[in-house]
Design a protein around this ligand. Structure first.
Ligand SMILES: NC(=O)c1ccc[n+]([C@@H]2O[C@H](COP(=O)([O-])OP(=O)(O)OC[C@H]3O[C@@H](n4cnc5c(N)ncnc54)[C@H](O)[C@@H]3O)[C@@H](O)[C@H]2O)c1
Length: 309
C-alpha cells in the first residue's frame, strides 16, 4: 500500500510511520517539523519525508497521488500552545483537513484516517465512561475544530462516498513524547529530584493509553472499518493526576516532593474533572482494545527512555 501521513514526524505519527514502513508499505510523511523530527534514522531511510505545511493545498494534492490511504495527524496541540494560538490551531485543522479531503477525492484515495480527540467530550465524562454516542461538549478551539472535522468527514462520505475513520485518542503516552505533556514532564521532574508540579487538586482523572496499543488499534481499524465512523481508542482506566505523580515518583525512586500548584487561568482543559473512555466499539470491530496496566506501561516507558532496569 502507498500511504501519506500528515504529522508523521510527531509523537504518534513517528510510531505510525515506523509501523507502516516496517510492514512494507510505501510511506510518505508530510510535516512542518513544528515539534522537531521524531522519526528514527533507520526508518527515515525507508520512507519519503517532505518538510511542508498541510495547509499548502498544492503540496497535499501532489503527495496524495496514487495513495491508497491518508493518515491525517498534523495538528497543533498542547493546552498552553492551543490557548496561545487559537486561530492557527483552527486553521491547521480546518484547512489541513479540507486539503486532505480534496486530494483524496481527486486521486481516488480509499480512506482517510483522522486523528480526533477525546477532548470533544469536554465535561460529558463527569458521570460515566464515555462511548461514541454520548452527548459531546467540546470547549477549546482545538476540540471544536476536531469535532467540526468529524462532522465534515461524515458529510463527505454521505455526499461523495469517501470512507473515513475519526479516532478519539485518550491521553496517548510512550517514547518520544515531548514534555508539553504530563507524563514526560513528571518523569523529567522526578529524575532531577525537582518538585513534581500538579495543577489544581490533582483529583482530575484521565485515561492514559499506550502509543503501541493506539497504533495497533488504528491500523487494525484502517483494515476493517467501512463508511465514515468514529472510534474511541481508550485504555478504559481512570487515573487521577496525583496518583500518576505518585507512581512516577515511586518507579523512579525519586526524592521529589509532589507540589499542587494553581492552574493557569487559560487552562480550560483542566476544568474537566473526569475523563475515561469506552473502547467497546473498537473491540467489536477488530477484536482488540488497549488494556495496558498503567504502572507496567510507565515502568516500560522509563526503561526505554532512560535505560534503567
Ligand atoms: N497525544 C495525545 O494524547 C493525543 C490525544 C488526542 C488527539 N491527538 C491527536 O493525534 C495527532 C498526533 O498528536 P501527537 O501527540 O503525535 O502530537 P505532535 O505534536 O507530536 O504531532 C503533531 C505533528 O503535526 C505537525 N504539524 C503541526 N502543524 C502542521 C502543519 N501545519 N503542517 C504539517 N505538519 C504540522 C507537527 O510538526 C507534529 O510533528 C494530532 O492530530 C493530535 O491532535 C493526540
Amino acid at each position: 500500500m502507498k500511504v501519506l501521513i500528515t504529522g508523521g514526524a510527531g509523537f504518534i505519527g513517528s510510531h505510525l510511520t515506523a509501523y507502516l514502513a516496517e510492514q512494507g508499505d510505501e510511506v510518505i510523511v508530510l510535516d512542518n517539523l513544528l515539534r522537531g523530527n521524531k522519526i528514527e534514522d533507520y526508518i527515515l531511510s525507508k520512507i519519503t519525508f517532505v518538510e511542508g505545511d498541510v495547509r499548502d493545498q498544492d503540496l497535499v494534492m501532489k503527495l496524495s497521488e496514487n495513495c491508497d490511504q491518508i493518515y491525517h495527524l498534523a495538528a497543533i496541540l498542547g493546552v498552553d500552545i492551543v490557548a496561545d494560538n487559537p486561530v492557527e490551531t483552527m486553521e491547521t485543522e480546518v484547512e489541513g483537513t479540507k486539503n486532505v479531503v480534496y486530494a483524496a477525492l481527486k486521486h481516488g484515495v480509499k480512506k482517510v484516517i483522522y486523528a480526533s480527540t477525546s477532548g470533544v467530550y469536554g465535561h460529558s465524562a463527569i458521570e460515566k465512561s464515555v462511548d461514541e454516542d454520548i452527548m459531546i461538549d467540546p470547549r477549546t478551539s482545538y476540540a471544536m475544530a476536531k469535532r467540526y472535522n468529524e462532522i465534515y468527514l461524515k458529510a463527505v462520505y454521505e455526499e461523495r462516498g469517501l470512507e473515513s475513520i475519526s479516532l478519539r485518542f485518550f491521553n496517548v503516552y510512550g517514547p518520544r513524547q515531548d514534555d508539553r505533556m504530563v507524563i514526560p514532564r513528571f518523569f523529567e521532574q522526578a529524575l532531577k529530584n525537582e518538585p513534581i508540579t500538579v495543577f489544581g487538586s490533582g483529583k482530575q482523572t484521565r485515561d492514559f493509553t499506550s502509543v503501541e496499543e493506539t497504533i495497533i488499534s488504528l491500523v487494525k481499524l484502517s483494515e476493517v472499518s467501512t463508511g465514515a465512523e468514529i472510534y474511541n481508542i481508550a485504555n478504559e482506566t481512570e487515573l487521577n493526576i496525583l496518583e500518576l505523580a505518585e507512581y512516577i515518583k515511586e518507579i523512579t525512586k525519586s526524592d521529589s516532593e509532589i507540589k499542587l500548584i494553581e492552574s493557569p487561568a487559560n487552562r480550560y482543559d483542566y476544568e474537566v474533572e473526569r475523563r475515561v473512555g469506552s473502547s467497546e466499539k473498537l473491540l467489536k470491530a477488530v477484536g482488540f482494545k488497549p488494556n495496558t496496566n498503567i504502572r507496567l506501561g510507565l515502568k516500560k516507558l522509563q526503561e526505554s527512555l532512560y535505560q534503567i532496569n
